[in-house]
Design a protein around this ligand. Structure first.
Ligand code: ZN
Length: 378
């Protein structure tokens, strides 16, 4: 078996230190996945991502299905070869993008019918089709199609979305296992997604239903979409309490720098978020002292690096004054340098968190981060 996951240490909080292995290498967990929506992390080359120590990244099924098309990617040797990324890749299900980007979507038990946000063409994504697309892309980890709903959602709507998500997960699992029987060894792991909106009992129900399907890993979805942080934590905890300890757990679409350790303490091993890359393009830099909004006039003659405690190549070379100038002048280098620093900062948080778990001091780390991000930079 070329896939494995092992937990090497668990601390008192429930935080886990582990290692996920895919055919494209080992991933030290807890891990943060930079988001490469269209087979590219905006502002970073694959060389830069490798140099930053990225071991796994996320690519979006919805975007790659519409453009350039999964058949094109398959013919070009799969996503790893197409984008020249030798390490691991996780592809999401496209569910969230269909619900947030496309027009005229119609959800039935069969699947979701929608019009492309690119050219208006009509498409139908079913659980089987989404599994087929991700097999063609050849990602290491594939997510099943799920029904994403707006929050806060009324209980009735959360219940029906949960029911449909389980039915779809069952079909996606069956399709995947049929392919495995036909083709022999599979070069992909398929993860299920726990839903249930902000209802604790529905979260538990969703987790229990998915356990029957024996996924090698489980995600928690539909959170961090506007609800308070303590609710996100409570719902995550409801799910992780029931998920198998020996399998990886992935909290989708989180989070802010000061919140990451909270999720890790709930037993989460994997996280992804557009925040470090998107914020960078909007001149928001994350540092060990809090956020730096680099367009601010106070940085016009600031000769310090973005973060004196950061060892990234941007902080070793450039000043805040220069970064501010680049943003003011509209230079694309501004976004490139800011993204480089922010992604380095997130990966560094994960390194520190992994160390903190080893030493049993994760709680200290979390309170320091919350204090700094509440107070803001000096
Ligand atoms: Zn830096």
């Amino acid at each position: 078996m070329r896939f494995s996951f092992e937990v090497t240490k668990t601390d008192r909080s429930g935080a886990r230190r582990g290692r996920l292995t895919t055919p494209h290498g080992a991933v030290e967990t807890p891990v943060f996945l930079p988001v490469g929506t269209q087979a590219a992390v905006k502002g970073l080359t694959q060389e830069a991502l490798e140099a930053l120590g990225t071991e796994i990244l996320l690519a979006n099924t919805y975007h790659l299905y519409l453009r350039p098309g999964h058949d094109v990617v398959r013919k070009l040797g799969g996503l790893h070869q197409f984008m020249s990324w030798p390490r691991s890749i996780l592809t999401d299900s496209g569910g969230y993008q269909v619900f947030s980007l496309s027009e005229l979507r119609k959800i039935t038990d069969e699947g979701v019918r929608f019009r492309s946000h690119l050219d208006g063409t009509e498409h139908l994504l079913t659980p089987e089709k989404v599994a087929e697309i991700q097999l063609a892309l050849g990602s290491d980890i594939a997510m099943v199609l799920d029904e994403c709903i707006e929050t806060p959602a009324p209980r009735e709507k959360a219940e029906s979305a949960l029911k449909r998500t389980t039915q779809w997960a069952r079909r996606a699992r069956a399709y995947f296992q049929e392919c495995a029987q036909r083709n022999g060894e599979m070069h992909q792991w398929q993860f299920g997604i726990v839903h249930g909106a902000t209802f604790a009992d529905l979260r538990r129900e969703s987790a229990r239903q998915l356990l029957d399907l024996q996924f090698p890993g489980y995600a928690v979805g539909g959170l961090a979409v506007g609800e308070p942080h303590d609710v996100t934590c409570e719902m995550t905890g409801e799910a992780t309490a029931l998920l198998p300890k020996e399998r990886p757990r992935y909290l989708m679409g989180v989070g802010r720098p000061e919140q990451i350790a909270d999720y890790v303490a709930l037993g989460i091993d994997m996280m992804d978020c557009v925040l470090p890359t998107r914020a960078a393009r909007h001149a928001c830099l994350y540092t060990s002292e809090g956020r730096v909004l680099i367009r601010n006039a106070r940085y016009a003659q600031d000769q310090r690096p973005i973060d004196a405690n950061c060892s990234c190549s941007v902080c070793r070379r450039y000043t805040r004054a220069y970064l501010r100038h680049l943003f003011a002048a509209g230079e694309i280098t501004a976004a490139i340098l800011a993204t480089h620093h922010n992604v380095h900062f997130y990966l560094d948080i994960m390194r520190l968190i992994r160390e903190a778990i080893e030493f049993g001091i994760l709680a200290n780390f979390s309170s320091v981060m919350h204090a700094r991000y509440t107070a803001g930079p000096a």
